[in-house]
Design a protein around this ligand. Structure first.
Ligand SMILES: NC(=O)c1ccc[n+]([C@@H]2O[C@H](COP(=O)([O-])OP(=O)(O)OC[C@H]3O[C@@H](n4cnc5c(N)ncnc54)[C@H](OP(=O)(O)O)[C@@H]3O)[C@@H](O)[C@H]2O)c1
Length: 350
């Protein structure tokens, strides 16, 4: 099979380099272009990343000699995986979509647009058909699909299992988010070392709105949002990779602890699509009293799984539990790659 040519926009950032890593030896995709700001353009990828590559020991061999370009829609690729800083992503992604490229974005800008799919393939693969409405509305030859905020993704996966089995009425979530979630160089070390920062700009709003669209139903014309209440509190902690989220939920139907764990364990709606980056088990439940932990569990399922533990009764709502997930892999780069794989199997990359 001829591989589909991929451009990585924002290839020099934390998410961009993770995409470069995940696409090494990908069975369907080949990175043909890397792009970033004019500060990086004109350098080889290896040169630009000499002091910035920090996710694995070495830059993948295939990417070292790729020449960085500016993120302009004249790249030799079918699909652009965008890890652009959100301050520039809106305009650049729009230009690519207008010019006929498929764009799989990590940025916040288009997520809540009514005609843009906000995808977690295990939950709402059918929302991908919003693309047809988007292209009609905007007269674009290409299109944009987005992945959710990194904490939203890991929260929504177990919530979908609960919603389908028992219904959901209320969710309270408190996050402990890794520093790599703030990009590179991100939070100053003097601010975060030995410390917890109790505020991440716009994060709580994202956690309170994005899940309702993701877990909503697509009528064929529009998404009808899910209807339950979410209250979120977000903190930045001195952890490198992996966001931890403590949830309490009120269910619509009574459920036992065993029934809830069983709903987590059997949740695997993507199995039949055989997407190369889909984790074998989207939810890994660990019953140990001291798990999940970022240091031990963030890389489970290749960083694509949401790891759940500490399920117990809640004295205010019904149950509480902890979710942990890799913010750069399933929370961003891996999500954009998985969305691209979904686009391929749904015929949007022909
Ligand atoms: N980090 C996470 O865990 C995470 C999770 C979910 C979503 N996201 C989202 O993913 C995106 C990337 O995040 P990140 O953490 O990788 O950020 P980052 O490390 O700061 O990287 C930002 C990238 O954007 C490029 N860029 C900046 N200004 C540009 C311009 N004017 N034109 C073209 N490219 C430009 C940078 O290129 P230069 O190197 O040339 O400056 C760099 O490649 C953001 O929208 C972020 O909100 C991040």
């Amino acid at each position: 099979m001829n591989k589909i040519p991929v451009g990585v926009l924002g290839a020099t950032g934390m998410v961009g380099q993770t995409i470069i890593q995940l696409l090494e030896n990908h069975p369907w995709f080949e990175v043909t272009e890397v792009a970033a700001s004019e500060r990086s353009a004109g350098k080889s990828y290896a040169e630009a990343m000499a002091n910035r590559w920090n996710i694995t020991p070495e830059i993948p061999e295939y990417a070292r000699d790729l020449m960085l370009k500016e993120a302009k829609p004249d790249l030799d690729c079918k699909i652009a995986l965008s890890a652009l800083d959100s301050s520039v992503a809106l305009e650049i992604e729009r230009e690519f979509a207008q010019a006929g490229y498929a764009v799989s974005s990590n940025s916040k800008n288009h997520r809540m647009d009514k005609d843009v799919p906000l995808l977690i393939p295990e939950i709402n693969a059918d929302h991908v058909d919003l693309i047809k409405i988007q292209q009609k509305n905007r007269k674009w030859k290409g299109f944009v699909v987005t992945d959710p905020n990194c904490s939203t993704i890991h929260m929504c996966i177990p919530l979908k299992a609960l919603l389908d089995s028992f219904g959901l009425e209320k969710v309270m979530v408190t996050t402990l988010q890794a520093v790599s979630g703030a990009g590179y160089p991100g939070v100053p070390s003097m601010d975060i070392t030995d410390n917890v920062l109790p505020f991440i700009r716009e994060e709580e709003e994202k956690l309170q709105t994005e899940p309702l669209k993701i877990l909503g139903k697509f009528s064929g014309q529009e998404i009808k949002n899910a209807k339950f209440a979410i209250s979120a509190t977000c903190n930045r902690v001195a952890v490198k990779y992996g966001h931890t989220e403590c949830l309490s939920v009120k269910l619509s139907k009574k459920a036992t602890r065993e029934e809830i764990i069983s709903s987590f364990k059997k949740f695997n709606p993507l199995a039949s699509l055989k997407l190369p980056s889909a984790p074998k088990h989207p939810i890994i439940y660990n019953d140990a009293e001291n798990r999940p932990q970022p240091k031990l569990d963030a890389n489970l399922g290749g960083g694509m799984a949401s790891v759940v533990g500490r399920l117990r009764e809640c004295t205010i709502l019904d149950y509480k539990f902890t979710v942990l997930g890799h913010n750069l892999i399933r929370g961003a780069a891996g999500a954009a790659v998985l969305n691209a794989e979904l686009l391929k199997v749904k015929g949007y990359l022909e």
